[in-house]
Design a protein around this ligand. Structure first.
Ligand code: SF4
Length: 409
């Protein structure tokens, strides 16, 4: 099994890689390069490639990324705020949630959250990403009030907040219609929503992972309604648990269809399943998280299937580690995500790649693979392009395996 990039891949041009691939794989990838839209069978054929076929997929995705969005690798300076870990939903893949009486359950006060937002702004953040568990008895007006409190204190800060599951909870707790609830959040300062709680958009898989979670139809309805009201969202997919490549492809094609209709997705973010501290894994119901090969395939597949509809493909360095993130940034991805400043959800599930990264560290990592770092806003306007290295740039060496530093292949 592939565990890291083969250095011999470094100098292989995509044309040579296509020549080395099996003819059926090369044909599909050539069609993608020519701008043809790939279908389900094409995606499935690419979803389990190995050896030279995997090399061709990775190199083609990298070339399509270069043609679509150029050589910049973008990042956003942001802070995560996980305001509570109390949740009744009970997703089997979640290591983060707690019952209300657990000794380590928390619900941060608004004052504390405001303090964290102010600190973030002082450190240069342009965005806070706010998500939490779902306390059963939460006052439904809490969501809008929290946004209002932060927005009135810090109007320049982009509020990227509340997953579709939290939106659904807000609808239930307020008694408002979906549109009314979303509009109340928008009026309170909501800038965009995370397209999380997607996991795999397949009701059979969702039944295994989390029978209490919103169904596919409701996720789509919430996302499309948000987009129609001028609230953009990200899109995500969790892989590496019980699903198969067919599920990846169906999920990506569904997102592609939504994007054609609404144009509201800012990016696609594959999220590798962190298994260690989860009930799903401990009970033997899932494989042991995402493999390096899966990371490469999923990111490259997303580029070839979504190119032309969702141009921005983000790596999650928290899930992948910096080594894996750099590899996927050479397999079709073009965005490094954010600095986060603190991260609780992946950490609670067993991820160990740290809770924050400095902007200068992201820039040094970007430069280590010969690309150009650029700071962006949440909605991908470029704030600053860093053509030349600056004095803040240094690699986070203590959080990278030696072989992962500066690997350009
Ligand atoms: S993933 Fe979210 S909804 Fe599911 S148990 Fe964890 S905190 Fe609750």
């Amino acid at each position: 099994m592939l565990t890291e990039l083969d250095p011999s891949w470094q100098d292989v041009e995509y044309g040579h890689a296509l020549n080395r691939a099996r003819p059926d794989v090369a044909r599909i990838l050539t069609r993608a390069l020519e701008g043809h839209e790939l279908g389900f069978d094409d995606g499935v054929a690419l979803g389990s490639v190995e050896g030279d076929d995997l090399l061709a997929l990775v190199k083609t995705a990298d070339e399509m990324r270069r043609r679509a969005v150029g050589d910049a690798i973008t990042y956003v300076v942001n802070r995560n705020l996980n305001f509570t870990n109390i949740c009744f939903v009970g997703c089997a893949f979640c290591g983060f949630s707690r019952g209300p009486k657990a000794h380590d359950a928390y619900f941060h006060s608004t004052d504390k959250l405001l303090r964290k937002c102010r600190e973030a702004v002082e450190l240069g953040a342009t965005e806070v990403c706010i998500q939490g568990g779902l306390p059963r008895d939460l006052n439904g007006t809490y969501y809008a009030q929290l946004l209002r409190d932060i927005h009135s204190a810090l109007p320049e800060l982009h509020l990227h907040a509340f997953s579709p599951m939290e939106i659904a909870h807000g609808v239930e707790r307020t008694g408002l219609s979906l549109s009314e609830h979303l509009l109340s959040l928008k009026e309170a300062g909501l800038g965009s929503i995370p397209g999380t709680a997607a996991e795999i958009l397949d009701n059979d898989v969702r039944e295994e992972l989390s029978p209490n979670k919103l169904r596919v139809e409701r996720w789509i309805e919430i996302i499309k309604t948000a987009h129609s009201l001028g609230i953009p969202s990200t899109s995500t997919m969790m892989y590496g648990h019980t699903e198969s490549p067919e599920h990846w492809v169906r999920h990506m094609l569904l997102l592609r269809d939504i994007q054609k209709e609404t144009g509201g997705f800012t990016e696609f973010v594959p999220l590798g399943f962190i298994h260690t501290e989860t009930r799903l894994f401990r009970k033997g119901n899932a494989r042991a998280g995402h493999s390096f090969t899966e990371d490469l395939i999923v990111h490259a597949l997303a580029r070839v299937l979504l190119n032309g509809t969702i141009p921005n493909l983000q790596v999650s360095w928290v899930k992948l580690g910096f080594h894996g993130a750099l590899a996927c940034l050479q397999a079709g991805a073009n965005d490094f995500s954010g600095t986060l400043m603190e991260e609780s959800i992946s950490k609670a599930a067993g991820a160990d790649y740290g809770e924050n990264v400095l902007p200068g560290e992201l820039r040094a990592l970007t430069r280590s693979i010969g690309r150009i770092p650029a700071e962006r806003t949440t909605t991908y306007e470029i704030r600053q392009m860093f053509a030349a290295p600056d004095s803040d740039e240094r690699l986070p060496v203590e959080r990278m395996p030696a072989a992962g530093i500066g690997v350009g292949y």
